[in-house]
Design a protein around this ligand. Structure first.
Ligand code: ZN
Length: 214
């Protein structure tokens, strides 16, 4: 009886050791996993310091482009436009507006796609037009080395919102950090390059705030 008791004790002890081993290992893996996750999140935050959330073409329901021409190298210039349309409120209304702008550009004006590379709503939501690294159709004779960004609305009398200005600034910083935009890019209003009122007097007056990425 005594021997059987000892055997049971020894068996219990082995189970106990195994349990301790399993718990310690699990604890280690868990702690290691969490620390790796934190490191990853930290790295992710650092690499996306200039991140701006972009509503993708798919999200706003863009039609496929007829064709796409890739920009040679990084963009040297940024051209700011306004859509000269009534201001859209909220993402649903802005997305409907984007669909109609694209239709107008492709059907009425014969462009291959929506003309601008990016568009920004008054609430600061950023929408993908042609996107990064693609030649746009926004400033005749100036499209092959530039990035075209349109503020949605008419800024002849309206002042651009702080949110929209801040999103564009972040977009430019993100473009530089990803190599799509030359760090020494020059920024123009459309009227600097063509016979147009675009991007409206109030937005034109605010452009110095967008120059430089720091
Ligand atoms: Zn314009």
């Amino acid at each position: 009886m005594a021997q059987k008791g000892m055997a049971t004790n020894s068996f219990t002890l082995q189970i106990l050791h195994l349990e301790i081993f399993v718990i310690t290992t699990a604890n280690y893996i868990f702690t290691y996993g969490i620390s790796q996750l934190l490191c990853f999140e930290y790295a992710f935050d650092r690499s996306n310091r200039f991140s701006v959330t972009i509503v993708s073409r798919q999200q706003w329901g863009a039609a496929a482009p007829k064709k796409r021409e890739t920009l040679k190298g990084s963009a040297q210039r940024v051209v700011i436009h306004h859509t000269a349309l009534p201001r859209c409120k909220g993402q649903k209304e802005c997305m409907d507006c984007l669909v109609s702008i694209q239709r107008g550009h492709m059907k009425d004006r014969g462009f291959d796609d929506i003309g601008y590379n990016f568009l920004v709503g008054g609430d600061g939501a950023m929408y993908e037009g042609r996107g990064w690294g693609v030649v746009g159709a926004h400033a005749k004779g100036n499209n092959h080395d530039s990035l075209g960004i349109a503020f949605m609305g008419n800024f002849k009398n309206d002042t651009p919102s702080t949110e929209a200005m801040s999103s564009v600034k972040k977009l430019l910083q993100s473009g530089v950090s990803q190599g799509f935009l030359n760090p020494k890019f020059a920024l123009f209003g459309h009227r600097d390059l063509g016979d147009t009122e675009c991007p409206g007097g109030k937005l034109y007056a605010a452009l110095p705030q967008l120059r430089g990425t720091t």
